[in-house]
Design a binder for this molecule. Structure first.
Ligand SMILES: CC(C)(COP(=O)(O)OP(=O)(O)OC[C@H]1O[C@@H](n2cnc3c(N)ncnc32)[C@H](O)[C@@H]1OP(=O)(O)O)[C@@H](O)C(=O)NCCC(=O)NCCS
Length: 168
């Protein structure tokens, strides 16, 4: 299992952020089960995604393309952030989800910060995401991350693009 980074959350407690591995698949399924229909909709664009087992496999696969990180609080998986390379070199798609009863603790912020660092070190130049306009929580987390980001609204969705090269 790869080493991780201990992060300090908003309330001063600590969590471990580390790459996910195949042994984490049940924890990922448990986190997915914890989500409300609205949270699933915000993350997967459908309130009833049928591909949770495939998603759990993909973020925990040892040969996966890209990087998937989990945040663990006393061994419990409380958040997942991942990026997947896109066909255009140096670009990857990022996604984030935090367990239902763990929001507003700083977990999403910590996961994204670690993922941005890793993506930059791995030679990615841009991380992009589709964020629903109604997803104010995610929009705030990105704004509060103080990263160079462009927002392009396309109907109900913002296409966001984080310029990793411009990160200080
Ligand atoms: C969007 C989502 C990932 C945010 O995760 P989260 O862990 O609740 O977010 P955080 O706790 O990091 O951030 C929430 C707030 O804490 C603040 N915060 C985070 N870390 C902090 C710290 N160390 N000290 C002080 N404040 C902190 C953030 O600035 C933010 O503040 P605000 O609400 O006043 O603007 C979560 O709500 C979620 O899983 N939603 C459903 C799925 C989803 O929408 N995914 C995104 C799809 S694109």
């Amino acid at each position: 299992m790869s080493a991780g980074r201990t992060v300090t959350l908003r309330d001063g407690t600590h969590a471990l952020v580390r790459p996910l591995c195949p042994e984490d698949v049940d924890s990922v399924l448990g986190l997915a089960d914890s989500l409300s229909g609205e949270e699933k909709y915000l993350r997967f664009f459908t309130a009833h995604p049928r591909y949770m087992p495939q998603w759990a496999d993909s973020v925990t696969a040892s040969a996966a393309e890209g990087v998937s990180l989990g945040a663990f609080d006393h061994g419990e998986l409380v958040g997942v952030a991942n990026y997947t390379p896109l066909p255009a070199a140096g670009r990857a798609e990022v996604a984030l989800v935090v367990a239902h009863d763990q929001h507003d603790r700083g977990i999403g912020t910590a996961l994204l910060a670690h993922l941005f660092d890793i993506a930059r070190r791995n030679g990615e130049h841009h991380l992009v995401a589709d964020v629903l306009a109604e997803n104010h929580d995610m929009r705030r987390v990105i704004n509060d991350a103080h990263v160079p980001v462009t927002w392009h609204r396309d109907g109900s969705v913002f296409d966001i693009d984080v310029d990793l090269d411009a990160l200080s």
